[in-house]
Design a protein around this ligand. Sequence first.
Ligand code: FAD
Length: 447
Amino acid sequence: MGKNVTIVGAGLVGSLVSIYLAKKGYKIDVYERRADMRKISMSAGRSINLALSDRGWKGLEGVGIADEIKKIAIPMYGRFIHHKDGTTAYQPYGKDNQAIYSVSRAEINMKLMDLAEQQPNIKFHFDKRCASVDRKTMEASFEDNNTKKVETVTSDLLFGADGAFAASRLNMQLNNDRFEYNQHYIDCGYKELIIPPGKNGEFLMEKNALHIWPRGSFMMIALPNPDGNFTCTLFFPFEGEKSFNTIKTKEQVIKFFNEEFPDAVALMPTLADDYLNNPVASLVTVKCFPWTFDNKIGLIGDAAHAIVPFYGQGMNCGFEDCVVLNDLITKHNDDWDKIFPEYQSLRKPDGDAIADLAIANFIEMRDKTADPKFLLQKKIEAKFSEKHPEKWIPLYSMVTYSPHIRYSKALSEGKKQQGIMDKIMAMPNIEANWDSKEVEDAILKQL
Ligand SMILES: Cc1cc2nc3c(=O)[nH]c(=O)nc-3n(C[C@H](O)[C@H](O)[C@H](O)COP(=O)(O)OP(=O)(O)OC[C@H]3O[C@@H](n4cnc5c(N)ncnc54)[C@H](O)[C@@H]3O)c2cc1C
């Protein structure tokens, strides 16, 4: 087979997989619907921040670019919970200074494109919207945004890396019998807001933490940026008593935020305008199968597995796809008849698992991070895990800090652990006895 590759989408995963393939000697053409974001100014309210964790770092290390990305990333060592009464509580994420890292999605995307362009065998084509992919002829057509001219390209391999609403995937769905497709929207959307830096450029809240304002049916989070500001994301129901549908005017926004997020309001001088002007976006899970076609076309990243953002794993999972693919190229010596089937059989269960974990974490972050019983359970698990690290890795650590553990394994272990903890939390007087030998022994007995 020849080595010409078309990649649809120059997002995070399309850009990274292009570097992996280029380093294996493939010749890559990446087609991106949008203009080159490095040449245009980003509109306000669209600058999502992402949490980059160990699986993502492993993906970046695999092509030697982790150090470059570290320059634009801020470590967050724990959750900083903001209660409604203005009090706060800090929950470390892990032990030994374990952190997740805040990066701006636009910044990391631009950096990945810069790094990809350093490879002589990668060429980006911007303003080219994928209109069709023909699996029989391996032809893909792209419409130029400006001239509206359609260009058709042929390649030996094609990767659909065009995100949650992938045109490449839609083409496979429409033209293939028995293509499984499932999409699920949660009843919450999100809106970006901002906490600017102080007068001297200083951070106005703890810099090295992910801030959460959990409020039951909704929540706000804030992640730090290198220039001293925080990108806040309000996750809010579309409908209902407190929702995007009911909070619509300047007065309603101010009243609602003063009631719910009083400590944040003081730090958000442009709150009402930002709320009224910035768009609301929806949150979707997409599961599909197959991910590969004729061993020549593959889906990767969100195109294969879009998930809700509550485990902070969408990008990390996509970067892990790249690592797995790269290992299989090495293992099977560029034999795509072996690479693609194994890629899909390894990654599909993991994509499904992290999708389910992300939905579960939506409930956890929203409802439980302020619940004393939940916090006690986490404390018991953390203590037990510290004493018996070979017997118990908390679920969050398995997902976030343990790239050697597959998501599917983390999901099944997590369910087992929850079953054990349900019994522990039902023990009489657990609030007083939580760090007793009795509790430790009760966990050990169930393992
Ligand atoms: C609010 C929010 C918070 C998140 N937080 C986190 C987090 O903390 N941690 C984390 O790991 N992940 C997070 N994610 C998920 C993460 O953003 C995605 O998983 C990641 O961007 C997926 O990368 P991708 O390259 O597969 O897709 P995308 O980043 O969506 O890139 C797809 C690219 O394809 C292009 N494209 C689309 N259609 C076409 C077409 N027809 N032709 C050509 N090009 C096309 C798009 O313009 C885009 O550039 C979050 C997502 C959201 C919405």
